[in-house]
Design a protein around this ligand. Structure first.
Ligand code: UFG
Length: 338
């Protein structure tokens, strides 16, 4: 298939582009590089040996987006583009609502015009909010989100449901990601945060490489096995493969399905620190500080729907995540800027 990736130069988009090409699909990328680096394209081409059409546009610009669809015969869209910092979204909510919703509406108008009926959306476990008990299963009610970023994911899920209701040919898969981590085993692509990182693995990597003095662990008095927060860390290459499985599923599906993409296993912050230290033989100094606003104690997936419906499950381990994160970091101490 000919697949358009919005935000295809980003962390998850770039890994998915590689897996799609390896699965013999063709890829077209649209990205405005607001939170990604154009150099990633060279890395993807280097890994796959394929040249990828890339358009530097804002997808809210329907005229420019329309031209991309006129030029390429697109069969399916995977929509990664969007602002993704939960903490920033609490500070600047309008930026998140304006960007994430507007771009999606523009994209949906254009795909309707071009009769594209297969759509995969990067949603998040954050749509389960803070009142559901773990583990999260797709049949749970969604809502009670703790930040505007999460609400944008939930609103877009609703928009897609409404659009699918009036377009019976539509097949929409809402992939609810848990905590993406790790990097491509080549060490050529990985997460490249702008400025101070705010997710756990980016933070640990920068402590390991000496850019930051210590990890600050946000609370050790949660009702978890060691008091630190528990999450479901999914290797980004497994996550990328989940998109291929979802794409295949759209060939035999109409309507909308929400599917968790996680491992089903929860690890605490201290588990991550210990595993990273052991696998990479490096010390991670840390200090326990107070809880971070908006954090929940535990979050991990029920993965039975992904297994039964998509025939997909995560294969990589926490050790793989720690090893690949560190390999990417030491190969690229300054990210893509060399
Ligand atoms: N943590 C620390 N110190 C840090 C960073 C994180 O102790 O410097 C802890 C957090 O308190 C939490 C765990 O590590 O217990 C994971 O935190 P992250 O910031 O890495 O991830 P979150 O679970 O907060 O959020 C992630 C994504 C969101 C997504 C959500 C889905 O960043 O985009 O998972 O559950 F919506």
């Amino acid at each position: 298939m000919n697949i358009l990736l919005t935000g295809g130069a980003g962390y998850i988009g770039s890994h998915t582009a590689i897996e799609l090409i390896e699965a013999k699909h063709s890829v077209v990328i649209v990205d405005n590089f607001v939170n990604s680096n154009p150099l990633v394209l060279r890395r993807i081409e280097n890994i796959t040996g394929k040249k990828i059409p890339i358009y530097c546009i804002n997808i809210a610009d329907v005229a420019k987006l329309d031209k991309v669809f006129c030029k390429h015969n697109i069969d399916a869209v995977i929509h990664f583009a969007g602002f993704k910092s939960m903490s920033e979204s609490l500070q600047i909510p309008l930026k998140y609502y304006r960007n994430n919703i507007d771009t999606t509406l523009a994209l949906l108008e254009i795909i309707k015009k071009h009769d594209v009926t297969k759509f995969i959306f990067s949603s998040s476990a954050a749509v389960y909010g803070y009142i559901n008990d773990i583990q999260y299963i797709e049949s749970m009610p969604v809502g009670h989100c703790s930040n505007p970023y999460a609400w944008t994911k939930l609103f877009i899920e609703q928009i897609l449901k409404d659009v699918a209701t009036v377009n019976p040919d539509f097949s929409v898969i809402l992939l609810r990601y848990f905590n993406p981590a790790g990097a491509h085993t080549s060490g050529k692509i990985g997460e490249n945060p702008n400025g101070i990182p705010n997710n756990l693995f980016s933070y640990i990597s920068q402590v390991a490489i000496g850019k930051l003095a210590e990890l600050k662990i946000f609370g050790n008095n949660y009702p978890t096995k060691d008091g630190t927060g528990v999450r479901d860390y999914i290797h980004v290459v497994d996550l990328a493969k989940g998109h291929i499985a979802a794409l295949e599923y759209t060939n035999k599906h109409k309507g909308v399905e929400a599917i968790n993409i996680g491992t089903g296993i929860g690890f605490s912050v201290l588990d991550i620190v210990k595993t990273f230290e052991k696998i990479n033989k490096i010390k991670i100094p840390y200090q326990i500080i107070g809880r971070r606003a908006g954090d929940i104690a535990e979050c991990y997936a029920d993965t039975s729907k992904a297994i039964s419906m998509l025939n997909w499950k995560a294969e990589k381990t926490l050790e793989d995540i720690c090893c690949d994160t560190w390999y990417w970091q030491i190969q690229n101490p300054n990210g893509y800027e060399k």
